[in-house]
Design a protein around this ligand. Structure first.
Ligand code: SF4
Ligand code: SF4
Length: 466
């Protein structure tokens, strides 16, 4: 890191010297990164507000019903029996986060995190529309409660709370499905007070975060932000100030004719004025930086004004800056990226190759084999099956090994697996004694729905032995 004064570490931008909240009024960012983030936000919101309406075979595309333990990803229902996939997903997610952060820093925070998207690109934009840019907001906050202030704050309150309530409803739709949310709406709040009251409370939490708590969520609450210190290293790509080029900074270089001795930073503080977390990125990578890129845009505009190359603040690693190199993919970055892609591929294969019917066969407890009158040997089995699909499935069982001529007889009624449920039964396998050479014979049982083989289960068949 640059040899800078570390005094900035003694305080944080959002707290005054008296320990009170220092309200941040970030200037409206403008520039190519902000435009790109606006496009990403529009796509993000389209996806967020559309997905709960999308259905596959009458079921939501995504559902995270924790209470009823029903999870649907890309239209596929996941059961508690799919726990290993869930576990692997969590593990992949953790490794992904660590590797992704080591390589790309907090790109996630700036471009994808719902907190940043909703705060900076939705609620903050609305605030600019209602209250104006930073200077006007500052003036408004100092104003007595006159007509203008009451009107603007009232409009902001109504819009912020309405939007928070809509967002809370959509989160509920991701939990219980849009059909159920629409049912609650049709039947009215009095019939569903137990849902409506928590919903309003959640809307209240969202409102509180976007109205007042704001950047504190990233600085104080978010565990991901607090882990940056251990995950980032000098090769991580972050939003960084090129101190080699920028220092020594000087406001007055033009007037003093000392252009050669000073760096490119004209100390205009534009990068600080736009920062939603109130930091000065020139002090180096800091916990508060959510990589929102607003300071890049602000500084690029200043550099353009002063006829200097843009990129004094840019996506770069500490090593890039120290060595004066351009940001590039190192071998390490490529290797980590390859691991990330591999993990995602494995997870994708696991998700999409997962069986719709899960079968478990065990020989009946305490039973060895039974000698049958027609020179056959029989074994009794218990079968447990989980039907993860949305239709009832009639099941037939067949022996898969052609050299063992045997028959399978299901006890009681024929096996029909009800949709989205577990079923079990008992069946007996009969095999001619002369086909059984050993005491312990490995056999494979095919599980069929009509002519479609949906699973094969391996088990053993006990015989008297030679
Ligand atoms: S330092 Fe720059 S990238 Fe980081 S939060 Fe502030 S404006 Fe955004
Ligand atoms: S915007 Fe650029 S030139 Fe202005 S203070 Fe920040 S780093 Fe220096």
């Amino acid at each position: 890191m640059s040899e800078m004064n570390d005094a900035f570490r003694d305080s944080i931008g959002t707290v005054t010297s008296e320990g009170k909240r220092n309200w941040i009024f970030p200037k409206h960012p403008k520039g190519k990164f902000y435009n790109a983030r606006t496009i990403v936000t529009v796509l993000y919101l389209i996806v967020f507000f559309t997905l709960p309406w999308v259905k596959v075979n009458g079921e939501p595309l995504f559902l995270f019903n924790i209470l009823e333990q029903k999870f649907i990803l890309f239209g596929q229902i996941f059961w508690p029996q799919d726990f290993f996939i869930f576990g692997f997903t969590m593990l992949t997610f953790l490794v992904f986060i660590v590797l992704f952060t080591v390589v790309f820093g907090r790109v996630f925070c700036g471009w994808v995190c719902p907190q940043t998207i909703f705060m900076e690109m939705v609620f903050r934009k609305i605030e600019y529309w209602i209250e104006g840019d930073a200077d006007k907001q500052r003036a408004l906050s100092k104003m007595p409660w006159n007509q203008e202030k009451i009107a603007k704050r009232s409009i902001k309150f109504i819009v912020f709370f309405s939007l928070s309530f809509i967002i809370a409803n959509y989160f509920l739709a991701y939990l219980v499905g849009m059909d159920r949310v629409m049912l609650y709406v049709r039947e009215g709040i009095f019939l569903h007070l137990s849902v409506f009251i928590p919903l309003v409370m959640f809307a209240g939490v969202f409102f509180f975060v976007f109205w007042w708590f704001r950047e504190q969520a990233c600085i104080i609450v978010c565990p991901y932000g607090r882990l940056q210190g251990v995950m980032l290293d000098t090769n991580s790509i972050v939003v960084a100030y090129d101190y080699v080029r920028g220092e020594p900074r000087s406001k007055f270089k033009k007037h003093r004719g000392e252009e050669e001795q000073v760096g490119d930073c004209v100390d205009c503080f534009e990068c600080v004025k736009v920062c939603p977390t109130g930091i000065d990125i020139r002090n180096g990578t800091q916990l508060e930086c959510v990589n929102c890129t607003a300071c890049i845009d602000a500084c690029d505009a200043i550099m353009t004004k002063f006829n200097r190359p843009i990129g004094l603040i840019k996506y770069a690693s500490e090593s890039n800056i120290a060595k004066g190199e351009k940001t590039k993919f190192t071998i390490r970055t490529k290797a980590y990226t390859a691991v990330l892609v591999l993990l995602l591929v494995i997870l994708g294969v696991l998700l999409f190759s997962r069986k719709d019917i899960q079968t478990n066969v065990m020989r009946a407890q305490g039973m060895l084999y039974q000698e049958q009158p027609n020179n056959q040997i029989s074994n009794i089995y218990n079968i447990t099956m989980v039907n993860k699909t949305r239709k009832d499935i009639p099941i037939t069982l067949k022996l898969e090994d052609p050299e063992i001529k045997g028959t399978v007889k299901v006890m009681g009624k024929s096996l029909v697996l009800p949709k989205e449920a577990m079923g079990n039964g008992i069946f007996i396998i009969y095999i001619d004694r002369d086909k059984l050479k050993k005491r312990n014979n490995k056999i494979r049982i095919g599980v069929y729905s009509g002519n479609e083989k949906i699973d094969v289960v391996k088990t053993t068949f006990l015989a008297p032995g030679s």
